[in-house]
Design a protein around this ligand. Structure first.
Ligand code: PEP
Ligand code: MG
Length: 590
Protein backbone atom coordinates (compact mmCIF):
# COMPACT_ATOMS: atom_id res chain seq x y z
CA UNK A 1 0.00 0.00 0.00
CA UNK A 2 1.47 3.32 -1.06
CA UNK A 3 0.17 5.05 2.09
CA UNK A 4 2.75 3.21 4.25
CA UNK A 5 5.74 4.21 2.18
CA UNK A 6 7.89 7.03 3.58
CA UNK A 7 7.47 10.57 2.36
CA UNK A 8 10.13 11.56 -0.19
CA UNK A 9 10.85 15.20 -1.04
CA UNK A 10 12.56 16.16 -4.26
CA UNK A 11 13.53 19.53 -5.61
CA UNK A 12 13.21 20.23 -9.32
CA UNK A 13 12.63 23.27 -11.45
CA UNK A 14 9.15 24.74 -11.06
CA UNK A 15 8.14 25.89 -14.53
CA UNK A 16 4.41 26.36 -14.25
CA UNK A 17 3.01 27.65 -10.97
CA UNK A 18 0.29 26.04 -8.89
CA UNK A 19 -0.12 23.21 -6.41
CA UNK A 20 -1.41 19.84 -7.56
CA UNK A 21 -2.26 16.73 -5.62
CA UNK A 22 -3.09 13.41 -7.23
CA UNK A 23 -2.09 9.89 -8.16
CA UNK A 24 0.92 9.29 -10.36
CA UNK A 25 0.38 8.17 -13.93
CA UNK A 26 3.65 6.96 -15.37
CA UNK A 27 4.38 7.24 -19.02
CA UNK A 28 7.27 4.87 -19.72
CA UNK A 29 9.79 4.92 -22.51
CA UNK A 30 10.96 1.32 -22.12
CA UNK A 31 9.03 -0.05 -25.06
CA UNK A 32 10.71 2.21 -27.53
CA UNK A 33 13.97 0.42 -28.28
CA UNK A 34 14.79 0.53 -31.97
CA UNK A 35 15.48 -3.01 -33.26
CA UNK A 36 18.81 -3.34 -35.08
CA UNK A 37 19.73 -5.78 -37.85
CA UNK A 38 21.46 -5.90 -41.18
CA UNK A 39 19.47 -6.35 -44.36
CA UNK A 40 20.10 -7.90 -47.78
CA UNK A 41 21.09 -5.48 -50.58
CA UNK A 42 17.87 -6.45 -52.38
CA UNK A 43 15.79 -5.28 -49.41
CA UNK A 44 17.19 -1.76 -49.29
CA UNK A 45 14.45 -0.17 -51.38
CA UNK A 46 11.70 -1.91 -49.44
CA UNK A 47 13.27 -0.76 -46.17
CA UNK A 48 13.44 2.82 -47.40
CA UNK A 49 9.80 2.55 -48.52
CA UNK A 50 8.87 1.36 -44.99
CA UNK A 51 10.55 4.41 -43.55
CA UNK A 52 8.67 6.79 -45.86
CA UNK A 53 5.39 5.07 -45.07
CA UNK A 54 5.93 5.50 -41.32
CA UNK A 55 6.88 9.12 -41.90
CA UNK A 56 3.69 9.71 -43.89
CA UNK A 57 1.63 8.08 -41.11
CA UNK A 58 3.34 10.21 -38.47
CA UNK A 59 2.69 13.31 -40.54
CA UNK A 60 -0.99 12.47 -40.75
CA UNK A 61 -1.26 11.89 -37.00
CA UNK A 62 0.37 15.22 -36.25
CA UNK A 63 -1.91 16.95 -38.77
CA UNK A 64 -4.90 15.50 -36.93
CA UNK A 65 -3.67 16.70 -33.55
CA UNK A 66 -3.07 20.10 -35.08
CA UNK A 67 -6.53 20.25 -36.54
CA UNK A 68 -7.98 19.84 -33.05
CA UNK A 69 -5.68 22.44 -31.59
CA UNK A 70 -5.91 25.04 -34.34
CA UNK A 71 -8.65 27.08 -32.84
CA UNK A 72 -7.39 26.72 -29.28
CA UNK A 73 -3.75 27.33 -28.95
CA UNK A 74 -1.51 28.93 -31.48
CA UNK A 75 1.80 28.14 -29.84
CA UNK A 76 1.07 24.39 -29.58
CA UNK A 77 -0.01 24.52 -33.19
CA UNK A 78 3.29 26.00 -34.32
CA UNK A 79 5.36 23.56 -32.31
CA UNK A 80 3.61 20.63 -33.94
CA UNK A 81 4.07 22.22 -37.37
CA UNK A 82 7.80 22.35 -36.60
CA UNK A 83 7.72 18.63 -35.83
CA UNK A 84 6.02 17.95 -39.14
CA UNK A 85 8.75 19.87 -40.91
CA UNK A 86 11.38 17.83 -39.09
CA UNK A 87 9.74 14.66 -40.43
CA UNK A 88 10.71 15.76 -43.90
CA UNK A 89 14.05 17.32 -43.07
CA UNK A 90 16.90 16.11 -45.28
CA UNK A 91 19.33 16.05 -42.34
CA UNK A 92 17.13 13.51 -40.65
CA UNK A 93 15.39 11.51 -43.35
CA UNK A 94 18.11 11.87 -46.00
CA UNK A 95 20.76 10.78 -43.50
CA UNK A 96 18.65 7.80 -42.38
CA UNK A 97 18.17 6.71 -46.00
CA UNK A 98 21.92 6.99 -46.58
CA UNK A 99 22.64 4.79 -43.55
CA UNK A 100 20.14 2.18 -44.78
CA UNK A 101 21.62 2.19 -48.28
CA UNK A 102 25.33 2.40 -47.38
CA UNK A 103 25.46 0.20 -44.33
CA UNK A 104 22.62 -2.17 -45.22
CA UNK A 105 20.85 -1.75 -41.91
CA UNK A 106 17.13 -1.78 -41.08
CA UNK A 107 15.31 1.54 -41.15
CA UNK A 108 14.74 1.76 -37.36
CA UNK A 109 18.48 1.54 -36.85
CA UNK A 110 19.22 3.94 -39.74
CA UNK A 111 16.82 6.49 -38.28
CA UNK A 112 18.28 6.06 -34.79
CA UNK A 113 21.77 6.81 -36.10
CA UNK A 114 20.57 9.87 -38.00
CA UNK A 115 18.85 11.13 -34.82
CA UNK A 116 21.99 10.47 -32.75
CA UNK A 117 24.05 12.54 -35.20
CA UNK A 118 21.67 15.47 -34.82
CA UNK A 119 21.53 15.07 -31.05
CA UNK A 120 25.31 15.30 -30.76
CA UNK A 121 25.21 18.62 -32.63
CA UNK A 122 22.53 19.92 -30.22
CA UNK A 123 24.46 18.64 -27.18
CA UNK A 124 27.40 20.90 -28.02
CA UNK A 125 25.24 24.02 -28.26
CA UNK A 126 25.55 26.37 -25.29
CA UNK A 127 22.28 28.19 -25.71
CA UNK A 128 19.87 26.35 -23.34
CA UNK A 129 16.85 27.04 -25.52
CA UNK A 130 18.45 25.51 -28.60
CA UNK A 131 19.96 22.63 -26.59
CA UNK A 132 16.52 21.72 -25.35
CA UNK A 133 15.33 21.46 -28.92
CA UNK A 134 17.16 18.11 -29.17
CA UNK A 135 14.20 16.58 -27.40
CA UNK A 136 12.00 17.67 -30.32
CA UNK A 137 14.09 15.48 -32.64
CA UNK A 138 13.67 12.66 -30.14
CA UNK A 139 9.88 13.08 -30.04
CA UNK A 140 9.72 12.95 -33.82
CA UNK A 141 11.87 9.83 -33.83
CA UNK A 142 9.66 8.11 -31.24
CA UNK A 143 6.54 8.77 -33.25
CA UNK A 144 8.05 7.34 -36.44
CA UNK A 145 9.37 4.37 -34.48
CA UNK A 146 5.95 3.65 -33.01
CA UNK A 147 4.52 3.63 -36.50
CA UNK A 148 7.29 1.34 -37.77
CA UNK A 149 6.72 -1.08 -34.89
CA UNK A 150 2.94 -0.90 -35.12
CA UNK A 151 2.74 0.50 -31.57
CA UNK A 152 -0.11 2.54 -30.26
CA UNK A 153 0.20 6.17 -31.30
CA UNK A 154 -3.16 7.19 -29.91
CA UNK A 155 -3.56 9.91 -27.35
CA UNK A 156 -2.34 9.35 -23.81
CA UNK A 157 -5.26 8.64 -21.58
CA UNK A 158 -4.43 9.35 -17.96
CA UNK A 159 -7.38 9.50 -15.60
CA UNK A 160 -8.54 13.02 -14.78
CA UNK A 161 -6.73 14.59 -11.83
CA UNK A 162 -3.71 12.37 -12.38
CA UNK A 163 -0.20 13.71 -12.13
CA UNK A 164 1.65 12.62 -15.21
CA UNK A 165 5.19 11.42 -14.58
CA UNK A 166 7.49 11.02 -17.55
CA UNK A 167 11.09 11.15 -18.60
CA UNK A 168 10.01 13.97 -20.92
CA UNK A 169 6.83 14.78 -22.77
CA UNK A 170 6.40 15.73 -26.37
CA UNK A 171 4.52 18.95 -27.08
CA UNK A 172 1.87 16.84 -28.84
CA UNK A 173 1.46 14.75 -25.66
CA UNK A 174 1.38 17.80 -23.42
CA UNK A 175 -1.14 19.57 -25.60
CA UNK A 176 -3.41 16.52 -25.41
CA UNK A 177 -2.92 16.16 -21.69
CA UNK A 178 -4.52 19.46 -20.86
CA UNK A 179 -7.70 18.18 -22.43
CA UNK A 180 -7.56 15.11 -20.22
CA UNK A 181 -7.72 17.55 -17.30
CA UNK A 182 -4.59 16.24 -15.61
CA UNK A 183 -3.70 17.87 -12.34
CA UNK A 184 0.01 18.28 -13.02
CA UNK A 185 3.11 17.17 -14.86
CA UNK A 186 6.56 16.19 -13.65
CA UNK A 187 9.50 15.09 -15.74
CA UNK A 188 13.07 13.91 -15.36
CA UNK A 189 14.26 16.15 -18.18
CA UNK A 190 13.37 19.63 -19.32
CA UNK A 191 14.10 23.25 -18.53
CA UNK A 192 12.28 26.54 -18.26
CA UNK A 193 12.07 26.87 -22.01
CA UNK A 194 11.30 23.25 -22.85
CA UNK A 195 8.05 22.90 -24.69
CA UNK A 196 6.52 20.93 -21.86
CA UNK A 197 7.10 24.00 -19.73
CA UNK A 198 5.85 26.41 -22.36
CA UNK A 199 2.67 24.48 -22.95
CA UNK A 200 2.06 23.73 -19.27
CA UNK A 201 2.27 27.44 -18.52
CA UNK A 202 -0.02 28.28 -21.42
CA UNK A 203 -2.61 25.84 -20.08
CA UNK A 204 -1.93 26.68 -16.43
CA UNK A 205 -1.07 23.09 -15.51
CA UNK A 206 1.31 23.01 -12.52
CA UNK A 207 4.60 21.48 -13.69
CA UNK A 208 8.02 20.63 -12.29
CA UNK A 209 10.82 19.51 -14.60
CA UNK A 210 14.53 18.62 -14.33
CA UNK A 211 13.92 16.07 -11.54
CA UNK A 212 16.67 13.89 -13.03
CA UNK A 213 15.47 10.38 -12.21
CA UNK A 214 12.11 10.90 -10.53
CA UNK A 215 10.60 8.27 -12.86
CA UNK A 216 12.67 5.67 -11.01
CA UNK A 217 11.31 6.59 -7.56
CA UNK A 218 7.63 6.64 -8.48
CA UNK A 219 5.14 3.96 -9.39
CA UNK A 220 1.77 4.47 -11.01
CA UNK A 221 -0.85 5.27 -8.36
CA UNK A 222 1.65 6.67 -5.83
CA UNK A 223 0.27 9.78 -4.17
CA UNK A 224 2.05 12.92 -5.31
CA UNK A 225 2.07 16.54 -4.27
CA UNK A 226 3.72 19.05 -6.55
CA UNK A 227 4.31 22.76 -6.25
CA UNK A 228 4.96 24.20 -9.70
CA UNK A 229 6.04 27.49 -8.16
CA UNK A 230 8.81 26.29 -5.84
CA UNK A 231 9.65 23.10 -7.79
CA UNK A 232 9.01 20.82 -4.79
CA UNK A 233 7.70 17.30 -5.43
CA UNK A 234 6.60 15.08 -2.56
CA UNK A 235 6.07 11.39 -3.09
CA UNK A 236 3.72 9.68 -0.60
CA UNK A 237 3.10 12.85 1.44
CA UNK A 238 1.99 12.46 5.04
CA UNK A 239 -1.48 13.58 6.10
CA UNK A 240 0.03 16.69 7.71
CA UNK A 241 1.92 17.64 4.57
CA UNK A 242 -1.21 17.16 2.47
CA UNK A 243 -3.23 19.35 4.81
CA UNK A 244 -0.60 22.11 4.65
CA UNK A 245 -0.43 22.03 0.88
CA UNK A 246 -4.20 21.81 0.53
CA UNK A 247 -4.55 25.06 2.49
CA UNK A 248 -1.93 26.74 0.38
CA UNK A 249 -3.56 25.37 -2.78
CA UNK A 250 -6.97 26.67 -1.81
CA UNK A 251 -5.50 30.07 -1.08
CA UNK A 252 -3.56 30.25 -4.34
CA UNK A 253 -6.46 29.02 -6.43
CA UNK A 254 -8.86 31.47 -4.85
CA UNK A 255 -6.58 34.47 -5.14
CA UNK A 256 -5.28 33.60 -8.61
CA UNK A 257 -8.67 32.83 -10.08
CA UNK A 258 -10.38 35.85 -8.64
CA UNK A 259 -7.63 38.27 -9.53
CA UNK A 260 -7.34 36.81 -13.02
CA UNK A 261 -11.06 37.06 -13.59
CA UNK A 262 -10.89 40.69 -12.47
CA UNK A 263 -9.20 41.76 -15.68
CA UNK A 264 -12.35 41.40 -17.70
CA UNK A 265 -14.69 42.86 -15.11
CA UNK A 266 -15.49 46.51 -14.55
CA UNK A 267 -14.19 48.27 -11.44
CA UNK A 268 -17.76 48.72 -10.18
CA UNK A 269 -18.89 48.89 -6.58
CA UNK A 270 -21.69 46.68 -5.30
CA UNK A 271 -24.04 49.65 -5.58
CA UNK A 272 -23.06 50.26 -9.20
CA UNK A 273 -20.62 53.15 -9.11
CA UNK A 274 -17.88 52.84 -11.72
CA UNK A 275 -14.29 53.70 -10.88
CA UNK A 276 -11.95 54.36 -13.79
CA UNK A 277 -8.65 52.52 -13.38
CA UNK A 278 -5.81 54.10 -15.34
CA UNK A 279 -2.12 53.31 -15.64
CA UNK A 280 0.94 55.26 -14.58
CA UNK A 281 3.73 54.68 -17.09
CA UNK A 282 7.25 55.93 -17.74
CA UNK A 283 7.55 54.59 -21.26
CA UNK A 284 5.26 53.27 -24.01
CA UNK A 285 6.85 49.84 -23.51
CA UNK A 286 4.86 49.45 -20.32
CA UNK A 287 1.56 49.66 -22.11
CA UNK A 288 1.29 46.04 -23.11
CA UNK A 289 1.30 44.99 -19.45
CA UNK A 290 -0.97 47.86 -18.47
CA UNK A 291 -3.65 46.75 -20.91
CA UNK A 292 -3.15 43.14 -19.88
CA UNK A 293 -3.89 44.16 -16.29
CA UNK A 294 -7.05 45.95 -17.36
CA UNK A 295 -6.04 49.63 -17.67
CA UNK A 296 -8.73 51.77 -19.26
CA UNK A 297 -6.20 54.37 -20.37
CA UNK A 298 -3.13 56.20 -19.13
CA UNK A 299 -3.67 58.61 -16.25
CA UNK A 300 -0.04 59.65 -15.90
CA UNK A 301 2.76 59.38 -18.43
CA UNK A 302 5.85 60.69 -16.67
CA UNK A 303 7.43 62.23 -19.77
CA UNK A 304 10.58 63.33 -17.93
CA UNK A 305 11.96 59.86 -18.47
CA UNK A 306 12.54 60.87 -22.10
CA UNK A 307 15.15 63.30 -20.75
CA UNK A 308 16.81 60.81 -18.49
CA UNK A 309 18.36 58.53 -21.08
CA UNK A 310 22.00 59.03 -21.97
CA UNK A 311 21.32 60.34 -25.46
CA UNK A 312 20.52 63.86 -26.61
CA UNK A 313 17.66 65.85 -25.12
CA UNK A 314 14.36 64.91 -26.78
CA UNK A 315 13.41 67.09 -29.76
CA UNK A 316 9.91 67.97 -30.96
CA UNK A 317 9.76 64.89 -33.16
CA UNK A 318 10.63 62.59 -30.25
CA UNK A 319 7.83 64.07 -28.12
CA UNK A 320 5.43 63.84 -31.04
CA UNK A 321 6.33 60.24 -31.96
CA UNK A 322 6.26 59.05 -28.35
CA UNK A 323 2.78 60.49 -27.79
CA UNK A 324 1.59 58.94 -31.05
CA UNK A 325 3.02 55.59 -29.96
CA UNK A 326 1.23 55.78 -26.62
CA UNK A 327 -2.07 56.53 -28.36
CA UNK A 328 -1.60 53.80 -30.94
CA UNK A 329 -0.85 51.20 -28.29
CA UNK A 330 -3.89 52.34 -26.33
CA UNK A 331 -6.11 51.82 -29.37
CA UNK A 332 -8.53 54.67 -28.65
CA UNK A 333 -8.32 54.71 -24.86
CA UNK A 334 -7.40 58.14 -23.45
CA UNK A 335 -3.86 59.18 -22.51
CA UNK A 336 -2.79 61.93 -20.14
CA UNK A 337 0.76 63.06 -20.74
CA UNK A 338 2.40 65.10 -18.04
CA UNK A 339 4.92 67.66 -19.23
CA UNK A 340 8.36 67.02 -17.84
CA UNK A 341 8.85 67.13 -14.10
CA UNK A 342 12.61 67.43 -13.64
CA UNK A 343 14.74 68.72 -10.82
CA UNK A 344 14.96 67.65 -7.20
CA UNK A 345 15.79 63.94 -7.30
CA UNK A 346 15.07 63.67 -11.04
CA UNK A 347 18.22 65.18 -12.48
CA UNK A 348 19.47 65.36 -16.03
CA UNK A 349 22.67 66.55 -17.54
CA UNK A 350 21.29 69.90 -18.55
CA UNK A 351 20.29 70.69 -14.97
CA UNK A 352 23.57 69.43 -13.57
CA UNK A 353 25.49 71.55 -16.06
CA UNK A 354 23.56 74.62 -14.91
CA UNK A 355 25.13 74.00 -11.50
CA UNK A 356 22.23 75.43 -9.55
CA UNK A 357 23.74 74.75 -6.17
CA UNK A 358 20.39 74.52 -4.39
CA UNK A 359 20.33 73.85 -0.65
CA UNK A 360 16.82 72.33 -0.83
CA UNK A 361 16.26 71.10 -4.38
CA UNK A 362 12.81 69.62 -3.57
CA UNK A 363 11.78 73.17 -2.72
CA UNK A 364 13.75 74.67 -5.56
CA UNK A 365 13.77 75.01 -9.31
CA UNK A 366 11.83 71.88 -10.01
CA UNK A 367 9.08 70.79 -12.36
CA UNK A 368 6.85 73.56 -13.78
CA UNK A 369 9.10 76.19 -12.17
CA UNK A 370 11.97 74.92 -14.26
CA UNK A 371 9.74 74.97 -17.38
CA UNK A 372 8.86 78.59 -16.74
CA UNK A 373 12.50 79.59 -16.04
CA UNK A 374 15.08 80.68 -18.61
CA UNK A 375 16.83 77.36 -18.08
CA UNK A 376 13.89 75.17 -19.13
CA UNK A 377 11.59 77.41 -21.15
CA UNK A 378 12.82 76.42 -24.61
CA UNK A 379 12.66 72.72 -23.81
CA UNK A 380 9.13 73.19 -22.48
CA UNK A 381 8.02 74.87 -25.72
CA UNK A 382 9.60 72.10 -27.79
CA UNK A 383 7.68 69.52 -25.78
CA UNK A 384 4.43 71.47 -26.08
CA UNK A 385 4.81 71.68 -29.86
CA UNK A 386 5.31 67.91 -30.11
CA UNK A 387 2.43 67.10 -27.77
CA UNK A 388 -0.01 69.56 -29.31
CA UNK A 389 0.71 68.20 -32.79
CA UNK A 390 0.11 64.68 -31.47
CA UNK A 391 -3.25 65.80 -30.06
CA UNK A 392 -4.57 65.93 -33.63
CA UNK A 393 -4.31 62.13 -33.74
CA UNK A 394 -6.26 60.90 -30.74
CA UNK A 395 -7.61 61.44 -27.23
CA UNK A 396 -4.64 63.16 -25.65
CA UNK A 397 -4.74 65.37 -22.56
CA UNK A 398 -1.89 67.54 -21.28
CA UNK A 399 -1.13 67.83 -17.61
CA UNK A 400 1.16 70.21 -15.76
CA UNK A 401 3.00 69.21 -12.57
CA UNK A 402 3.63 71.13 -9.34
CA UNK A 403 1.25 73.98 -10.00
CA UNK A 404 1.31 76.15 -6.88
CA UNK A 405 -1.70 78.29 -7.67
CA UNK A 406 -3.59 80.40 -10.17
CA UNK A 407 -0.66 82.64 -11.17
CA UNK A 408 1.45 79.70 -12.28
CA UNK A 409 -1.48 78.07 -14.06
CA UNK A 410 -2.10 81.25 -16.02
CA UNK A 411 1.59 81.57 -16.89
CA UNK A 412 1.52 78.06 -18.31
CA UNK A 413 -1.64 78.71 -20.28
CA UNK A 414 -0.14 81.80 -21.86
CA UNK A 415 2.77 79.71 -23.17
CA UNK A 416 0.37 77.04 -24.44
CA UNK A 417 -1.60 79.73 -26.28
CA UNK A 418 1.59 81.11 -27.81
CA UNK A 419 2.67 77.69 -29.00
CA UNK A 420 -0.81 77.02 -30.41
CA UNK A 421 -0.65 80.32 -32.34
CA UNK A 422 2.77 79.35 -33.67
CA UNK A 423 1.47 76.00 -34.91
CA UNK A 424 -1.59 77.63 -36.43
CA UNK A 425 0.57 80.09 -38.37
CA UNK A 426 2.68 77.19 -39.65
CA UNK A 427 -0.46 75.34 -40.73
CA UNK A 428 0.27 72.45 -38.35
CA UNK A 429 -2.74 70.53 -37.06
CA UNK A 430 -3.59 70.10 -33.36
CA UNK A 431 -6.72 69.63 -31.30
CA UNK A 432 -8.00 73.18 -30.63
CA UNK A 433 -10.00 71.87 -27.66
CA UNK A 434 -7.19 69.79 -26.16
CA UNK A 435 -7.81 69.36 -22.42
CA UNK A 436 -5.32 71.01 -20.08
CA UNK A 437 -5.18 69.75 -16.52
CA UNK A 438 -3.00 70.21 -13.48
CA UNK A 439 -1.52 68.11 -10.76
CA UNK A 440 -2.56 68.99 -7.27
CA UNK A 441 0.52 68.06 -5.32
CA UNK A 442 1.24 70.90 -2.97
CA UNK A 443 -0.93 72.25 -0.16
CA UNK A 444 -1.14 75.69 -1.80
CA UNK A 445 -2.93 74.08 -4.74
CA UNK A 446 -5.18 71.86 -2.62
CA UNK A 447 -6.22 74.81 -0.49
CA UNK A 448 -7.09 76.87 -3.56
CA UNK A 449 -8.62 74.01 -5.53
CA UNK A 450 -11.93 75.86 -5.83
CA UNK A 451 -10.13 78.74 -7.60
CA UNK A 452 -8.01 76.47 -9.77
CA UNK A 453 -11.03 74.38 -10.77
CA UNK A 454 -12.50 77.38 -12.61
CA UNK A 455 -9.51 77.66 -14.93
CA UNK A 456 -8.49 74.08 -15.64
CA UNK A 457 -10.09 71.09 -17.38
CA UNK A 458 -9.15 68.43 -14.83
CA UNK A 459 -7.26 67.71 -11.63
CA UNK A 460 -4.93 64.87 -10.80
CA UNK A 461 -3.88 64.59 -7.17
CA UNK A 462 -0.20 63.69 -6.88
CA UNK A 463 -0.23 62.33 -3.37
CA UNK A 464 3.46 61.39 -3.42
CA UNK A 465 4.40 65.04 -3.41
CA UNK A 466 1.30 66.18 -1.58
CA UNK A 467 2.39 64.07 1.39
CA UNK A 468 5.98 65.29 1.06
CA UNK A 469 5.00 68.95 1.07
CA UNK A 470 2.21 68.64 3.62
CA UNK A 471 4.24 66.72 6.16
CA UNK A 472 7.57 68.41 5.29
CA UNK A 473 9.22 65.03 4.81
CA UNK A 474 11.61 64.50 1.96
CA UNK A 475 10.03 61.57 0.17
CA UNK A 476 13.43 59.89 -0.32
CA UNK A 477 14.77 60.45 3.20
CA UNK A 478 14.61 57.29 5.31
CA UNK A 479 15.18 59.14 8.63
CA UNK A 480 11.79 60.81 8.46
CA UNK A 481 9.91 58.16 6.50
CA UNK A 482 7.81 57.33 9.57
CA UNK A 483 6.06 60.64 8.98
CA UNK A 484 5.25 59.79 5.37
CA UNK A 485 1.68 58.72 6.01
CA UNK A 486 -1.04 58.77 3.33
CA UNK A 487 -3.79 58.43 5.93
CA UNK A 488 -2.77 61.47 7.95
CA UNK A 489 -5.87 63.60 8.62
CA UNK A 490 -4.17 66.54 6.84
CA UNK A 491 -4.03 64.48 3.66
CA UNK A 492 -7.55 63.18 3.90
CA UNK A 493 -8.88 66.70 4.38
CA UNK A 494 -6.98 68.01 1.37
CA UNK A 495 -8.11 65.19 -0.89
CA UNK A 496 -11.68 65.82 0.16
CA UNK A 497 -11.30 69.54 -0.46
CA UNK A 498 -10.00 68.90 -3.98
CA UNK A 499 -12.72 66.33 -4.74
CA UNK A 500 -15.43 68.74 -3.56
CA UNK A 501 -13.98 71.61 -5.63
CA UNK A 502 -13.78 69.42 -8.72
CA UNK A 503 -17.36 68.21 -8.28
CA UNK A 504 -18.61 71.77 -7.82
CA UNK A 505 -16.86 72.89 -11.01
CA UNK A 506 -17.90 69.70 -12.77
CA UNK A 507 -14.38 68.65 -13.76
CA UNK A 508 -12.85 65.18 -13.40
CA UNK A 509 -10.37 64.41 -10.63
CA UNK A 510 -7.93 61.50 -10.53
CA UNK A 511 -5.59 60.33 -7.78
CA UNK A 512 -2.29 59.31 -9.37
CA UNK A 513 0.15 59.02 -6.45
CA UNK A 514 1.18 55.61 -5.12
CA UNK A 515 -1.68 55.52 -2.65
CA UNK A 516 -4.08 55.11 -5.60
CA UNK A 517 -2.68 51.58 -6.03
CA UNK A 518 -3.22 50.59 -2.39
CA UNK A 519 -6.24 48.29 -2.01
CA UNK A 520 -6.26 49.17 1.71
CA UNK A 521 -6.75 52.84 0.88
CA UNK A 522 -9.14 52.54 -2.07
CA UNK A 523 -12.30 52.70 0.10
CA UNK A 524 -11.16 55.97 1.64
CA UNK A 525 -10.61 57.52 -1.79
CA UNK A 526 -13.94 56.27 -3.09
CA UNK A 527 -15.65 57.53 0.06
CA UNK A 528 -14.05 60.94 -0.47
CA UNK A 529 -15.63 61.11 -3.92
CA UNK A 530 -12.75 59.96 -6.12
CA UNK A 531 -13.85 57.94 -9.17
CA UNK A 532 -10.57 57.80 -11.13
CA UNK A 533 -7.43 56.09 -9.90
CA UNK A 534 -4.15 55.96 -11.79
CA UNK A 535 -1.56 53.44 -10.65
CA UNK A 536 1.14 51.05 -11.75
CA UNK A 537 -0.51 48.26 -13.69
CA UNK A 538 0.33 45.37 -11.35
CA UNK A 539 -1.75 46.94 -8.59
CA UNK A 540 -4.89 47.01 -10.71
CA UNK A 541 -6.40 43.56 -10.10
CA UNK A 542 -6.19 43.94 -6.32
CA UNK A 543 -7.57 47.46 -6.30
CA UNK A 544 -10.37 46.36 -8.60
CA UNK A 545 -11.13 43.44 -6.33
CA UNK A 546 -11.40 45.82 -3.38
CA UNK A 547 -13.68 48.18 -5.30
CA UNK A 548 -15.95 45.35 -6.37
CA UNK A 549 -16.36 44.30 -2.75
CA UNK A 550 -17.44 47.70 -1.40
CA UNK A 551 -20.44 49.99 -1.63
CA UNK A 552 -20.15 53.74 -2.05
CA UNK A 553 -22.48 54.12 0.91
CA UNK A 554 -20.18 51.91 3.02
CA UNK A 555 -17.14 53.98 2.04
CA UNK A 556 -18.99 57.21 2.86
CA UNK A 557 -19.84 55.84 6.31
CA UNK A 558 -16.18 54.92 6.68
CA UNK A 559 -15.11 58.47 5.78
CA UNK A 560 -17.62 59.86 8.28
CA UNK A 561 -16.07 57.66 10.97
CA UNK A 562 -12.46 58.67 10.22
CA UNK A 563 -13.11 62.36 9.53
CA UNK A 564 -12.48 63.53 13.05
CA UNK A 565 -9.92 60.99 14.15
CA UNK A 566 -6.80 62.76 15.41
CA UNK A 567 -3.90 60.60 14.13
CA UNK A 568 -2.95 58.57 11.09
CA UNK A 569 -2.67 55.48 13.29
CA UNK A 570 -6.29 55.91 14.46
CA UNK A 571 -7.44 56.28 10.86
CA UNK A 572 -5.46 53.27 9.70
CA UNK A 573 -6.94 51.08 12.43
CA UNK A 574 -10.53 51.90 11.41
CA UNK A 575 -9.77 51.54 7.69
CA UNK A 576 -8.03 48.20 8.22
CA UNK A 577 -11.04 46.89 10.14
CA UNK A 578 -13.30 48.01 7.35
CA UNK A 579 -11.20 46.37 4.61
CA UNK A 580 -10.91 43.09 6.49
CA UNK A 581 -14.67 43.07 6.72
CA UNK A 582 -14.86 43.00 2.91
CA UNK A 583 -14.56 39.77 0.99
CA UNK A 584 -11.52 40.67 -1.05
CA UNK A 585 -8.94 38.34 -2.57
CA UNK A 586 -5.53 39.52 -1.42
CA UNK A 587 -2.05 38.63 -2.59
CA UNK A 588 0.05 36.84 0.03
CA UNK A 589 2.42 39.16 1.89
CA UNK A 590 5.83 39.26 0.18
C1 PEP B 1 2.99 62.46 -7.24
O1 PEP B 1 3.70 63.34 -6.81
O2 PEP B 1 2.11 61.90 -6.56
C2 PEP B 1 3.12 61.98 -8.63
C3 PEP B 1 2.29 61.12 -9.13
O3 PEP B 1 4.16 62.44 -9.36
P1 PEP B 1 5.68 62.01 -9.14
O4 PEP B 1 5.69 60.77 -8.29
O5 PEP B 1 6.25 61.77 -10.50
O6 PEP B 1 6.28 63.19 -8.45
MG1 MG C 1 4.79 64.64 -8.09
Amino acid sequence: MTEHRPEIRRQGLGVSAGIAFGRAYLIGRDTLKAPRHHIEPDDVDAEIARLYKAIAASDKQLAKIKEKLASENESDYHIITAHQMMLHDEHLVGAAVEYIRDEKINCEWGLRRAVDDIRSVFDSIEDPYLRERRSDVEFVFERVLRNLLGRDTGPLAPPPDAIVVAYDLSPADTAQLHKAAVAGLITDAGGKTSHTAIIARAHEIPAVVALENITESIETDDLLLIDGGSGVVIVNPSAITVAQFRDEQRRQVAVGAQLHAMRELPARTLDNADVLLLANIDSPDELEDAIEYGAMGVGLFRSEYLFMTDGALPDEERHYQTAIEVMERLGGKPATIRTFDLGSDKLTRFIEQADLDEANPALGLRSIRLCLSTLGRDLFRIQLRGLLRASAHGPLKLMFPMISGIAELRAVKIIVDEVKAELRSEGKAFDEAVKLGIMIEMPSAALTADLLARETDFFSIGTNDLIQYTMAVDRVNEYVSYLYEPLHPALIRQIEMVAVAAAAANIPVTVCGEMAGEPMIAPVLVGLGIRELSMSAVSMPEVKAAIRAMTVRGTQDLVARIRNLPTAADVRAVVTDYVFGLTVPRKPPA
